[in-house]
Design a protein around this ligand. Structure first.
Ligand code: PMV
Length: 318
């Protein structure tokens, strides 16, 4: 049996602004998705027969790393909530790419194949943020061009219905005092549609005031790269608070997100919505993680205490 697991992700800075030229700064989280593969007489997915030709996520991965003549029994287990902006589908794509492959593969090859599979399944549209972060672990910066101060991992190009896209994927090494901090994720329980939120934001970008808020989200994302290397937890928390106020002005917060932010803030250096917004999750840089998680639960959310997961995708058995 081959088992691989991979982490989900949360966006620390740059959501939405990444679509307007800013870097996205994402972290891998302790919630993981696991994918196991054994040889089988027929194709089985989670106990049920299935046709791999009809599974848009698995088809490109089996084509690349597997063999249609040798059926597999596949099992998925995931602790990452779905449609919460925590990269659950990317983590599964990354873990399945590694588990399906019978030969050793580089992290880059796994991340590329998983991104390609996500893009195919999503009508040609997928940024590599989720798949790269899940594959690499740690802090990952995805930007439209190379950032010299960071470790460049790879470049990805994608033809989407809107035209050509280019991304440069980097790893950001953070000092131990920051790497050791706890974050608390608060899930509203309300699903978030990235596609819908991106469209809403796009329709607002004709207004100067929305545009100037977006420019500020972009500058914060840019300056967060240095802040994460040299700043204190309070400075990072302040930047998260500022980022949240701007995202609220752009209109992607919600009553549920605001209520979880209010609950988390007394126990945190800072807190913000993470990902597309509208629903989904908040992310708090916690001073007191257990009190923060308790407050989020009392406010009606589901809380997960996490660190920045340094381990990206990994093969658990061979
Ligand atoms: O899908 P989520 O919730 O992790 O957030 C997507 C982040 C956006 O910037 C809104 C969209 C994107 O493709 O980067």
């Amino acid at each position: 049996m081959r088992v691989a697991d991979a982490p989900g992700k949360a966006i620390l800075f740059g959501e939405h602004a990444v679509l307007y030229g800013a870097p996205a700064v994402a972290i891998a989280i302790d919630l993981r998705a696991s994918f196991s593969v054994t040889n089988s007489e027929t194709w089985i997915l989670n106990g049920e027969e299935f046709n791999p030709m009809e599974n848009p996520y698995l088809l490109p991965l089996i084509s690349k790393f597997g063999d249609f003549e040798s059926p597999l029994c596949l099992n998925i287990e995931s602790k990452i909530p779905i449609a919460a902006g925590l990269g659950s589908s990317a983590a599964l794509s990354v873990a399945s790419a590694l588990a399906i492959s019978s030969k050793p593969q580089s992290i880059e090859k796994i991340a590329r194949a998983a991104h390609h599979a996500e893009a195919l399944a999503q009508g040609g549209r997928a940024s590599p943020t989720d798949t790269s972060t899940s594959a690499l672990g740690g802090v990952v910066v995805v930007a439209p061009s190379v950032i010299d101060s960071l470790e460049h991992r790879w470049a990805i190009d994608l033809e989407s219905p809107e035209g050509s896209n280019h991304w440069d994927v980097h790893s950001l090494q953070i000092p131990e005092n920051i790497a050791g901090l706890s974050l608390v994720i608060g899930y509203t329980g309300v699903p978030s549609s990235t596609k819908e939120m991106v469209e809403i934001v796009a329709s607002r970008m004709t207004s100067d005031s929305f545009k100037s808020s977006m420019d500020e989200v972009s500058s914060l994302a840019q300056s967060s790269i240095n802040l994460l290397k040299t700043g204190t937890p309070s400075m990072i928390g302040d930047a998260m608070n500022q980022c949240h106020s701007l995202l609220r002005e752009i209109g992607v917060s919600s009553l549920e997100l605001e209520s979880l932010i209010d609950a988390a803030l007394p126990f945190s250096y800072g807190a913000k919505l993470t990902g597309a917004g509208g629903g989904g999750c908040i992310l708090a840089l916690a001073k007191n993680p257990s009190a923060c998680a308790k407050a989020i639960k009392e406010a009606g959310g589901v809380a997960f205490v996490t660190s920045i997961a340094q381990q990206g995708v990994q093969l658990k058995t061979n």
